[in-house]
Design a protein around this ligand. Structure first.
Ligand code: ATP
Ligand code: MG
Ligand code: MG
Ligand code: MG
Length: 439
């Protein structure tokens, strides 16, 4: 992508409305724009990051055996009357009427709808286990939407729903998502700690929130500090191995970790003082086992091996991609801007042409841009005629992991400079060496 032809509306001033660093940086880097309270457009740079986050989420859901579908944002109130949640959900639910005066709603979550899909098709235990997920916009009319896309009213959620014949099988499905979540957040460059959590309006009895420690987090959390160094399940994890997955779950729940709603002072006091971590955190994922809470009232049953009908056991598993983007920034930035983990960076490298219009600089930059692009890298070429200082500030602000700096003096020697955004380390090398290093 050539910056001169791109759409990346950088703000020079700090936006006054932004209270936390991620919100400020997302606005300054032109990643998102608020359209009305708590409702955002994703601009090109933001959209690239969001797509990369979703790609990782999707890969790990698929690896764990979940199957992708796409359910609509608008739902009929009838379904929610069946489960009893239409009246219970309260003001967070946006209720709409269509032209026939039929009550509709903008889905805040999809337990009812996916249960309806399930009951319409699945009739035998032989088709279980089944886990269906989608990545779709949700709407919750939050009392206090704030911090940009961290807590918005319209937001994206990856929500998966598992169906099993028995509680034991449902626990295995839960453990699959538990391990998939550990892997997902790790690949996003984050350390998320699963904590015992309250189930809230989703209901149920077995639940964990995945929390990222951050001063600006809205949750108050208490945990053992060793979680920060625990091993993440590998890419070779066998998701069909019931015991293996149970062992991962057992290990990751062996030490104290709870959100304030579930906090047990006495149990926390038993953790040696130097190993206690009481901090603030951001909820980036939440998984629930809730048994037959929806399948029972909605009649989601299958025939078991005994020939009898069994109400299925369910779980649901949410991750917030549009919250993860600011959460990653909260965890990874400095005074000059964002520092993207390579896995979600909007571009792999930015090539900075220090003197656009100079034949030698242009030729060198074009050659590097072509070589990296042909190797499948996402490259941004700053070919604008901005001042050098502006170009450096922009590159630092948008947080691309590597900057390739080509000025007339180095180019005359057949060289460019490589700058690592995270460490600030600079290294001069030949154009060829730079290309070899980056492909
Ligand atoms: P919170 O406690 O922050 O209000 P929640 O517990 O209501 O979140 P869940 O119903 O557990 O949210 O939804 C699953 C995931 O969806 C959350 O873990 C979070 O990542 C994301 N999410 C929920 N509400 C929002 C929101 N208003 N804006 C952005 N992401 C959200
Ligand atoms: Mg909420
Ligand atoms: Mg919550
Ligand atoms: Mg939650």
């Amino acid at each position: 992508m050539r910056l001169s032809r791109y759409f990346m509306p950088i703000l020079k001033e700090n936006p006054k409305e932004a209270e936390i660093v991620s919100h400020r940086l997302m606005l300054r880097a032109g990643m998102v724009r608020q359209q009305s309270q708590g409702i955002y457009s994703w601009l090109p740079l933001g959209k690239r990051v969001l797509d990369k986050v979703n790609k990782i989420i999707r890969e790990e859901q698929n690896r764990a055996g979940a199957i992708e579908i796409l359910m609509p944002t608008l739902q009929s109130a009838e379904l929610w009357q069946e489960s009893g949640r239409y009246d219970d959900y309260g003001k967070e639910m946006l209720r709409i009427k269509d032209r026939q005066d039929r009550p509709m709603l903008y889905g805040p979550t999809n337990e009812e709808m996916v249960t309806d899909i399930f009951r319409s098709y699945v009739k035998s235990y032989k088709d279980l286990p089944l886990n269906l997920y989608h990545i779709q916009l949700k709407f919750r009319d939050e009392i206090r939407p704030r911090f940009g896309t961290m807590r918005s009213r319209e937001f994206m959620m990856k929500d998966a729903y598992s169906f099993d014949l028995t509680m034991e099988a449902a626990v295995h499905s839960y453990n699959k998502m538990f391990a998939a979540y550990l892997r997902t957040f790790d690949r996003l460059g984050l350390r998320a700690i699963p904590m015992r959590a309250d189930t809230g309006p989703i209901g149920g009895n077995h639940s964990h929130e995945f929390i990222i420690l951050a001063e600006t987090g809205e949750s108050e959390v208490f945990c053992h500090k060793d979680f920060v160094d625990f091993d993440i399940p590998g890419a070779d994890t066998d998701f069909d191995d019931v015991r293996g997955l149970q062992a991962i779950f057992d290990k990751w729940t062996s030490l104290y970790a709870a959100t304030s709603e579930m906090h047990d002072e006495a149990a926390f006091a038993a953790v040696p003082e130097g190993e206690r971590l009481s901090a603030r955190g951001i909820e980036v994922g939440h998984i629930f086992y809730f048994g037959t809470k929806y399948s029972e009232p909605m009649g989601a049953k299958v025939q078991g091996p005994d020939g009898k009908e069994h109400t299925v056991h369910m779980g649901s598993y949410g991750i917030g991609p549009t919250r993860l983007v600011p959460a990653i920034i909260e965890a990874s930035h400095d005074d000059t801007g964002i520092i993207w983990p390579a896995s979600v960076a909007p571009f792999d490298a930015v090539v900075i042409n220090m003197k656009a219009g100079d034949a030698a600089c242009d030729a060198t930059c074009d050659a590097i841009y072509a070589a990296l692009s042909n190797a499948g890298k996402d490259v941004l070429l700053d070919d604008t005629d901005d001042r050098a200082g502006t170009k450096f500030a922009t590159a630092d602000l948008i947080g691309v992991p590597v900057q390739v700096i080509a000025g007339p003096r180095s180019v005359a020697n057949g060289e460019v400079e490589l700058k690592d955004r995270k460490t600030g380390a600079r290294e001069t090398m030949t154009v060829e060496a730079a290309i070899n290093k980056l492909v």
